[in-house]
Structures are given as C-alpha cells and as structure tokens.
Design a protein around this ligand. Structure first.
Ligand code: GLY
Length: 409
C-alpha cells in the first residue's frame, strides 16, 4: 500500500488519502495525478481554478527565461517542457477539453544597444548550457515577424520555447479532477491540523475538519500564511505582483501572415516584456514585476508602461482593442525555485514557490508530487527542490535557483 493510502476502517466515515489545499494549477495537477494513481483525493479552495494561472500568459520559456546561476532550475524547466506534449494529450483525453498548447517557438529581440548586449550575454549562457538558440540580425527578426519595429537590433530565435493558454489548461484540469473522482470543498482552509508529530489534515472555513493521510499545501503565494503550520516547515514564499493586458488581434484574411506568429519577448529599459499571440485571437502583453505585498490593483502606471514598451516593440499594436487588464501574484521563494514534496513534518508536502515558471512546471510538479505521495520519495530530477533546503540549520540552499539579490529581469 502506498504511504499515503490509509487502511480502511469500516466504522470511520471515509476520509481522503490526500487533501490538497489550493486549487490553482499546482493544486489541480497534484490532485489529478494523485487521483489517477488510485489515491482518494480531496481539494479545498473557495474558487478552484483561480490563482496566478488566471493571469499568467502561459509562456513555456525554459530557454528564453534562463538566468545566470539557475542551471539546476533549468534542468527541471527543460524536463517539464519535454513532458508538455504528452501531458496535454493525456489531459485532453481525460477532460475532453482543449488545453491550449501551441508549439509556436519564441523570438527574443533587442531594441537598443543595451538590450542587444543583454541578449548577447543571454545567448552566450544558452550556448554554454547546450541550448538551442540562434542569433539573428535585426532584418532577419523582421522577416520572421514583419510587425516588429524597424529599429530592432537583433534577436534570438528559440524554436523550443512554446506556450499554453493557462485558462484552458486550468479548465481542463478541473474537469479531469472531477472525472478522476477528486472531492472538491469549495471553501478556504483555515488551519493545518497536527497531532502526534504529523500533519493530519485541515480545518476549513465552513467548520468542516478533514482528516487525511497526507496534506499538500499548494496555495501559491498564500502558502506561507496557513495557521497551524509549524515555523520550521512554513514555506518561505512571498507574493510578487505582475500586471498583464489582453488585446484582441485582428482577423486576418485567409493566407495572409498572422499579426504575430510566435511569442515575442524583449528587455525594454531593463524590464522584461512579452507578447503572446493565441490562435483564438487573444494577444497577452506582460508583465510588471512589483514587490508590493498582497496588492493586486491594476494601476494606470502599470498599464501605461506595458503599452509604452509594447508599442516600441510592435508599433501597430496600439490599434488593437484592449479587452482586459489584470494583476496576479507570483509565489516567489528565496532562490526563485519551487518547493516540492515532503517536509520535515510527516504528512505535510509542498507544491509552491514556482515564481515565474508555474505554467511551465505544471506537468513535472504533478508527477513529482504523485510520486512522493505514493512512494514517499521525490523522483531524481525533483530532489534538488525539496523544501528541506530551507530547513533551519540547513545552511545556504544548494542553489537550485539563485538567491535573489536584485529584481529579476
Ligand atoms: N514567466 C513570466 C512572468 O512571470 O512574468
């Protein structure tokens, strides 16, 4: 019997083997994968399908979002990117819904000499890491994407960085969970319950107490705030705000080139900017990076900066209808890498801290947590991301990501 499976006792009311706290992408994928492995699974969230995934653009940007010092995280990101096609096929089969995956590639461009130097450095790092990335002169970038500004100074063509639509992915995961028998409690968890030195489940805002063999805390940036979690295992996550815009692309006559045919990224005035075109006509423009606690206000300044920078990159974009503005909170950890798997408190596991890579890391997170729930061990590729690296007395983390000393670009 797997470690999370509880021996049936006919006199007890049935209780789940696994209780997942949080119904964003990480909670849903964990619940789905656990249920698929035969574990009785429950999930608590007042609005499953919410969270940062409602806001995210859905870039699967293992190569173009590479940063110095994050080579171990790169390994996890690439492993998850490789799983995407099969993961999506399985999810679409299980849910009957389109999960919004698009293998379109990415072009990262430079608008001025500073951006160009930054991109050249990124390219050198990518090459050192053995990644596929091709440097193109500005005119080649414009040949690929004719809507780019004439002043584009060069860019990187990365054919392996794709995208998925996180809202479709979430909707498909919700249905897949329901079909796999996950029991939803549409209310907030208020306290982790602990007895005899192990996590035993949670109390919910409606007064319900759920006892479970294992409890997975997957509440995004809120994961560090749940009452009852002992300090030694409380995840060190904090919210990092991102504002995002959604525009509507023009319907192009059949046979004419798309407005943008792939994800286009740039570093403008030192800040990252990306344009993610969907096949359904949505164009996502993101994102700000703001350390403002729990604030999710969409500000005039945020919208202005995104549109100003996006207009520099693709001047024709200001003609498009602006259909949505929103802001979400990335769950950031001290080293920018996720916290996955068992904690030092038996019965408590984490799936949080995914920061900029939540959508990308969805497949591998589900697999890693399901493996830990059924065998008690993380798979090899996820071991560097054990929450133990932040345990008191663990010393400096073994750097799966890097320690954040500055705002990331
Ligand atoms: N990965 C994109 C972002 O966090 O803005």
């Amino acid at each position: 019997m797997p470690p999370s499976a509880t021996p049936p006792n006919p006199t007890d009311p049935p209780h789940p083997d696994v209780l997942v706290l949080g119904g964003g992408l990480m909670g849903l994928v964990t619940a789905w994968r656990a249920a698929r492995r035969g574990l009785r699974t429950a999930l608590a969230d007042p609005e499953p399908g919410g969270g940062a995934g409602r806001v995210a653009a859905g870039m699967l940007a293992a190569v173009t979002e590479l940063h110095h010092g994050e080579e171990t995280l790169l390994g996890l990101n690439l492993a998850s990117a490789r799983r995407y096609p099969d993961f999506v096929a399985e999810l679409e089969e299980a849910s009957g819904l389109d999960a919004g995956y698009r293998a379109c590639g990415t072009l990262a461009v430079a608008l001025d000499a500073d951006d160009r130097a930054h991109l050249r450095e990124l390219h050198a790092l990518q090459v050192r890491c053995g990644l596929e990335s091709v440097w193109l002169p500005g005119r080649e970038c414009r040949r690929l994407e004719p809507m780019l500004a004439p002043g584009v100074r060069g860019g990187l063509r990365v054919d392996g960085d794709h995208q998925t639509d996180p809202r479709r992915l979430t909707a498909a995961l919700l249905v897949a969970c329901e079909r796999a028998g996950v029991a939803f409690h549409r209310t907030r968890a208020t306290r982790l319950t602990v007895a005899g030195g192990r996590a035993t489940g949670a109390e919910l805002a409606d007064g319900t107490r759920i006892a479970a063999g294992s409890t997975v805390l997957a509440a995004g940036s809120l994961s560090g705030r749940l009452a009852g979690v002992p300090d030694e295992v409380r995840p060190p996550v904090r919210p990092v705000k991102g504002q995002v815009l959604r525009l509507r692309l023009p319907r192009m006559p059949r046979g004419s080139p798309a407005f943008l045919s792939r994800t286009v990224r740039a570093v403008v005035r030192g800040g990252p900017l990306y344009l993610v075109p969907r096949e359904n006509g949505e164009l996502v423009v993101g994102a700000t990076t703001e350390e403002l606690g729990w604030d999710t206000t969409v500000t005039a300044g945020g919208v202005y900066e995104l549109l100003r920078d996006a207009h520099e990159l693709v001047p024709g974009l200001t003609e498009l209808p602006l259909v949505e503005t929103c802001a979400g909170l990335r769950p950031a950890s001290p080293d920018n890498a996720p916290l996955l798997g068992p904690t030092a408190l038996p019965g408590l596991l984490l799936a949080t801290g995914h920061f900029r890579n939540g959508v990308l890391l969805t497949p591998i997170t589900g697999d890693a947590l399901a493996e830990a729930l059924t065998t008690g061990r993380l798979p090899e590729e996820a071991r560097p991301f054990s929450p133990d690296r932040f345990a008191p007395g663990a010393g400096a983390p073994a750097a799966p990501g890097r320690v954040l000393q500055e705002q990331q670009v």
